[in-house]
Design a protein around this ligand. Structure first.
Ligand code: SF4
Length: 358
């Protein structure tokens, strides 16, 4: 492992098999992997810890997919189902603007009745209220759904949303980009090839996106490694990913866990290794994010010592995590982020969605 880490720091590109070996480490080698990833982070992006001032807006929790790992999505007839009208969305966007955000994330269920017009109207109404803000929305699964509902191509759907005001695409709905795993955790979502196709199309059209992984349910180290390889290959060709965002599975209120089909989330060792191996494997990504809402702020600080350089966003609200059982996942004050960065002798900087410093 020493040789492998030395070689990687000297420019060797990790293979999938090597990534599996690193992800399977169970002894103090974990710290060596984390240290190598931290060194690479320092070489690549220096000692700055970044964050984006953003706000999630949940428009609806009604969802056609009802993924087993999700505690947020509801059937339309569920007493807890909601679907905001445009006036309410506009009001939420006004609140976000008053909080000086540079990014608004429309993060919702995939409503079975939504068409491309519905998505375009939502984006336009936020754009009216928040002209200078990056509207970060629409996962590949939503793009496919909207395009299919309205009988247009993926390219036409993305173009239409861009005209409405779409800034960047959400690299969500990736979960694990291995179809045998998707068949268990999100069988109604688009398959791997479709997800990859939409992301490539968006990048080719000049729309950048994040890249995510939802790990810790029922996938293996080999599945995680395959997922990273899919992302690295896309990035080689398009360069369109802004950052890699590991999302640790929050299991408490999920059907997948209740049915005995998933473990109770990743362990701390796995959280650290996922970040560290991602830093080492994804040699064509500049930024590795740690999702404090999923792993908590103490683990997030350790992840910043293991290859991560970005703390994601302020959020202000994240019902997707809270509904799944994530306590305190809705807001992190930049003052607390500052405390974490200072504790590591690093400096905190506010960034835009595409990593320009504010
Ligand atoms: S993860 Fe997204 S697509 Fe799946 S049920 Fe939840 S809201 Fe719907």
């Amino acid at each position: 492992m020493h040789d492998l880490l030395d070689d990687t720091l000297a420019g060797h590109r990790l293979t999938e098999e090597e990534a599996v070996r690193l992800l399977s480490t169970r002894d103090r080698g974990v710290w060596e992997i984390a240290a190598a990833a931290d060194e690479l982070r320092e070489q690549k992006v220096g000692d700055v810890v970044t964050y984006v001032r953003n706000q999630n807006i949940h428009v609806t929790n009604i969802c056609k997919n009802l993924c087993g790992f999700c505690g947020f999505g509801r059937r339309a007839d569920d007493p807890e189902a909601f679907c905001d009208d445009l006036a309410t969305v506009r009001e939420k966007a006004r609140t976000a603007v008053a909080r000086n955000v540079t990014e608004i994330c429309l993060l919702s269920g995939v409503h079975p009745d939504y068409t491309l017009d519905s998505y375009a109207d939502l984006i336009s109404c936020v754009r009216e209220v928040a002209p200078g803000v990056d509207i970060h929305t629409a996962s590949p699964d939503e793009i496919v759904w909207a395009a299919g509902q309205s009988g247009v191509s993926i390219t036409a759907a993305i173009e239409r949303l861009r005209q409405a005001g779409l800034g960047t695409l959400q690299g969500t709905a990736a979960e694990i980009l291995v179809d045998s795993v998707r068949a268990v955790i999100c069988p109604r979502k688009c398959d791997t090839a479709t997800w990859v196709g939409v992301i490539r199309e968006a990048h080719n059209l000049g729309i950048r996106s994040t890249a995510t992984i939802m790990y810790g349910s029922c996938e293996t180290e080999a599945d995680r490694s395959r997922h990273l390889a899919v992302l690295r290959e896309i990035q080689d060709d398009t360069g369109g990913f802004t950052e890699f965002v590991p999302l640790s599975f929050l299991y408490e209120n999920t059907a997948l866990y209740r049915a005995g089909l998933a473990r109770p989330g990743a362990t701390g060792r796995e959280d650290i290794l996922l970040v560290a191996v991602a830093r080492l494997f994804l040699d064509n990504f500049d930024h590795i994010q740690v999702s404090w809402g999923k792993v908590g702020t103490k683990m997030a600080e350790l992840a910043l010592l293991s290859g991560a350089d970005d703390l994601g966003g302020t959020m202000f609200c994240d019902d997707v995590s809270v509904d799944a059982g994530g306590e305190g996942a809705d807001y992190l004050d930049p003052g607390e982020m500052q405390r974490m960065a200072t504790d590591l002798a690093r400096s905190l900087r506010q960034r835009t969605t595409t990593y320009e410093m504010v």
